[in-house]
Design a protein around this ligand. Structure first.
Ligand code: SAM
Ligand code: SF4
Length: 348
């Protein structure tokens, strides 16, 4: 049984030695339940066209300063096959949210072709937002087997505060349920450090992951983007505070959930050049190197300071490998690196 009070205390630690103890405990939990192998998911940001308007996001529909793009099928195949040939094991296709048929059919076709071109060996995760259950089903049948959809915050009031009319917390919950019912390994997560978010909210977020029997977690620090309504919080949001809070969230999530996959997200590296390595050292076991062509990267900025805007996928691979080996971890090349939690759930 999780004691909510203990969890809250973990997230409230302030003294350096206490925080270091928390991180060490999380790392030991990671070694015990998922080992010291890091799995790569090469992320391809296929389009920044979005029908939604989340207040925090740099590619929200109403940001007119963004040059909108849609990668061609061929560009997507080139990036995906590069990942496959580099033994990455799996990729993530991510984009702004679109529910129109032209988009959903295109994804189904892309999945079918990618699976064929890689003899079914390339693992494919999707991060394409809220969709109806039929669409999730079609994409699952076409070969996607993992889906990332962050709840962003499990506090419905806070969710409402950071999303305009037309966005629904209930629908997001329904989507997570549909994804589980279809059979995906489901990933969710929150933005850490959103304005008005409290330590109680973050405590509840971890309890939510547990209650929903989530397989994969992706959490990143909130980072302001100047062309969003949240610019009014400029000066009030401290990136460094959000960074430390995120590390504590990763550590506490590992200690409580044990056998799930946890991503060390790019947003950590946007604040600290070794942010992703630190994420691995406090309990994360997944890294998502960006494979998007350099010409599109500046147009996919969810927040300011996105790293590696001018580093191509090959340079990124070499750099990452060195960083991971330097902290004594291994890389699970050619493996999907599925969440052990998902399989234990199946046995249950
Ligand atoms: N559109 C899809 C969706 O929302 O699920 C997938 C892409 S969306 C850009 C991926 C994630 O970016 C969101 O779930 C959100 O948590 C994160 N994000 C957006 N703006 C952010 C910001 N300013 N700081 C940190 N994370 C942010
Ligand atoms: Fe669109 Fe996703 Fe950004 Fe929201 S977070 S505006 S759905 S890309």
């Amino acid at each position: 049984m999780i004691d909510k009070k203990d969890l809250r205390e973990m997230l409230s630690l302030e003294e350096k030695p206490d925080i270091e103890n928390l991180f060490e405990k999380a790392y030991q939990t990671k070694l015990r339940y998922v080992g010291n192998k890091v799995y790569f998911r090469g992320i391809i940001e296929i389009s920044n066209i979005c029908s939604k308007n989340c207040y925090y996001c740099g590619i929200r529909r109403d940001n007119k300063n963004v040059l909108r793009y849609d990668m061609t099928d061929n560009e997507i195949f080139v990036a995906a096959l590069w990942a496959y040939e580099q033994h990455y094991g799996s990729i993530v296709l991510q984009s702004g949210e679109r529910e129109d048929k032209q988009f959903t059919d295109r994804i189904t076709n892309l999945l079918n072709t990618l699976k064929k071109k890689t003899d079914g060996k390339l693992g494919i995760t999707l991060s394409l937002g809220e969709q109806n259950k039929d669409t999730y089903q079609k994409w699952f049948e076409a070969g996607a087997h993992r889906y990332l959809l962050r709840i962003e915050t499990s506090n419905e009031n806070l969710y409402r505060r950071h999303h305009p009319e037309g966005h629904s917390f209930r629908r997001r919950l329904q989507c997570l349920q549909d994804l589980q019912d279809v059979g995906y390994q489901v990933g969710t997560g929150v933005i850490v450090g959103l304005p008005h978010q409290t330590v109680d909210d973050l405590t509840e977020d971890i309890l939510f992951f547990k209650e929903f029997d989530i397989d994969m977690i992706g959490m990143g620090p909130f980072i302001l983007h100047k062309n969003t309504p949240l610019v009014s919080y400029n000066g009030l949001v401290k990136k460094e505070d959000n960074f430390l809070k995120t590390l504590k969230m990763i550590a506490a999530t590992r200690i409580i959930l044990r056998d799930v996959n946890i991503a060390s997200t790019t947003a950590l590296q946007a604040i600290d050049p070794i942010g992703r390595e630190l994420g691995l050292q406090v309990g994360a076991n997944i890294i998502m190197p960006v494979l998007t062509e350099i010409k599109y990267r500046t147009s996919y900025q969810l927040y300011e300071g996105k790293p590696c805007l001018d580093e191509n996928a090959a340079q990124c691979r070499g750099c990452l490998e060195k960083r991971i080996f330097s902290i004594g971890e291994k890389i699970g090349y050619d493996q999907w690196g599925d969440s052990p939690h998902y399989f234990k759930k199946q046995e249950r």
